[in-house]
Write a protein that binds this ligand. Structure first.
Ligand code: ADP
Ligand code: MG
Length: 509
């Protein structure tokens, strides 16, 4: 699918339509309105190493198209039943060619516009390889991911995706990368990004990165494009993380959409079989360019702020408290509190402690009572998130989140549990979606995993100094937990140093 779409983008198309059946196993069909081919080229394009993308020797070193190896079509036709219908732009003739397992079966005249390639019954002649295909759903999610990526890379092209006869993506032509990101993820999402533009003689960067208030707990929204090609590049990713140094809490990730335009003479896009990695003549200046561009745009340094601790609906029963209602404590760095106790000293990791408290409440059904929202919130999700979240709406309902389909990738949140009232719902749903797609650890139930995710989102983050009442509440709530000693991920919530321990440390015994 990716190779076919790349051919369509190379052909100067402005509209690309993708249709799949059974996650693409039964059918992958890509239609475009590009320049097309005449009959002679149409017959030639299935030959190995046949490409129209090299016009002279220099082109080999200055590639600006997505392909040029002439391998995709022959490889596809050797393992599937393929039909190509194409007509050279502005001619009325066209041709339809059927080819199966590499063998041409029929050639007919067929007037058409642009090019359509239909690939049926993937691996029909190599059943052993067919087994490696994943479940329909998984394959469809991969297709959505790849189309999303292509759509981000080519804002000037309109895309639509139909899966099992249902249109699940429709993205009209956009005027800028920003508009394209809005089309896919919504205005609200883009509101959380900073738009950075930089240019030197050899390199141009347009980059959208998360504001400091919009960091995520997964790497879902991280894209790098070089000359319109989606790539993975650990060192450029590192440059971006590096730009966030000092403002990125542990286990948090920035959102980024990095679009680089670099002289094709200095990047080699041909090293990787799936063309997902590139090699640079000299990486360092590009690394520094990205790092400094983003770093300069991010506000710093930041003052730790007081956290608006979520109001809890549970009234603490003072009698059961292991702590006095007004404990004396010292905030320690920006993540710990030290509490003095009769027999020694307890060090508390406030984030871990709060996570434990929320986690047990969610699992126990406390705080889950759905509160209908006076103004239901409409949220736009990515195509993939939208489908996963809706497919699992009944589990979410168990967590007090009631939502409805609003069409076009949007959902309406009708009720939320009290504790999530003013949380980042979009972020939580995105996180839940990625864990539903990724599957849960075998020793855990989905409910537990979701509870842990939600708890993690809602809990006190680092760089937060808690007020007296908040510390009192947190410690008393923690004391009431079934397993107060560790957070849902297994990290300790508190460490007790007895007077004895301290004496030993100071060699007083
Ligand atoms: P490559 O893209 O590396 O050239 P492919 O096997 O993917 O190799 O395609 C072979 C050739 O077929 C291309 O070079 C192009 O000339 C032609 N072709 C394939 N798809 C299309 C399309 N959608 N529109 C026009 N020409 C196409
Ligand atoms: Mg190609």
């Amino acid at each position: 699918m990716k190779e076919l779409v790349e051919n369509s983008t190379d052909a100067g198309s402005t509209d690309i339509r993708i249709e799949i059946l059974y996650g693409g196993k039964r059918l992958i069909k890509v239609s475009d309105n590009g320049e097309g081919m005449d009959k002679e080229d149409a017959l030639l394009c299935f030959e190995r190493y046949a490409t129209s993308k090299l016009h002279n020797e220099e082109d080999l070193f200055r590639l600006s198209t997505m392909g040029f190896r002439g391998e995709a079509l022959p490889s596809i036709t050797s393992i599937a039943k393929v039909r190509l219908v194409t007509a050279l732009k502005s001619t009325h003739q066209g041709v339809s060619i059927e080819i199966q397992g590499g063998e041409i079966k029929s050639v007919k005249d067929s007037p058409s516009v642009g090019t359509t390639v239909e690939v049926r019954d993937l691996f029909f002649n190599t059943p052993a390889r067919r087994k490696f295909l994943k479940a329909h759903n998984t394959e469809s999610f991969h297709v959505i991911d790849r189309v999303t990526e292509q759509a981000l890379a080519h804002h000037e092209i309109g895309f639509s995706l139909v899966s099992d006869n249902r249109e699940i993506m429709r993205i009209p032509v956009a005027s800028s990368p920003r508009e394209r990101i809005v089309q896919i993820y919504g205005e609200e999402f883009v509101g959380g990004l900073i738009d950075i533009n930089r240019e030197t003689a050899d390199i141009k960067m347009n980059c959208f990165v998360a504001k400091e208030s919009n960091l995520r707990s997964s790497k879902t929204y991280q894209f790098i494009f070089i000359n319109k090609r989606p790539i993975r590049d650990p060192s450029l990713t590192h440059a971006i993380y590096n730009a966030y140094e000092g403002i990125l809490p542990q286990k948090k990730h920035p959102v980024f959409f990095l679009f680089l335009t670099i002289d094709p003479g200095v990047v080699d896009v041909n090293v990787h079989p799936a063309k997902r990695e590139v090699r640079f003549e000299n990486k360092e200046p590009i690394y520094n360019f990205v790092l400094s561009g983003i770093k300069d745009a991010l506000p710093r340094p930041l003052q730790p702020k007081t956290h608006d601790f979520p109001s809890t609906s549970v009234i603490s029963e003072a009698l059961e408290l292991g702590y006095k209602t007004c404990v004396s404590f010292i905030p320690f760095g920006d993540a710990f509190i030290a509490v003095s106790e009769p027999g020694g000293l307890t060090l508390v990791d406030q984030h871990a402690a709060h996570e434990r408290v929320l986690y047990e409440r969610f699992l126990g059904g406390v705080d889950i009572n759905p509160h209908p929202l006076l103004f239901p919130r409409q949220l736009q999700l990515s195509h993939k998130e939208y489908h996963v979240v809706l497919a699992n709406s009944s589990i979410l309902k168990d967590f007090g989140m009631e939502l409805d389909d609003f069409g076009h990738n949007s959902i309406v949140v009708r009720s939320l549990p009290e504790v999530l009232r003013d949380a980042d719902i979009r972020g939580i749903l995105a996180d839940i979606a990625s864990c539903l797609i990724g599957g849960v650890a075998p020793d855990r139930e989905l409910r537990e995993t979701l509870a842990a995710k939600i708890a993690c989102h809602r809990s006190v983050r680092g760089k937060t100094i808690l007020k007296q009442e908040e510390v009192d509440q947190l410690l008393s709530d923690l004391q009431k937990c079934l397993h107060p000693e560790s957070c849902p991920h297994g990290r300790p919530t508190r460490i007790f140093l007895s007077l004895e321990d301290l004496k030993k440390m100071f060699k007083r015994t």
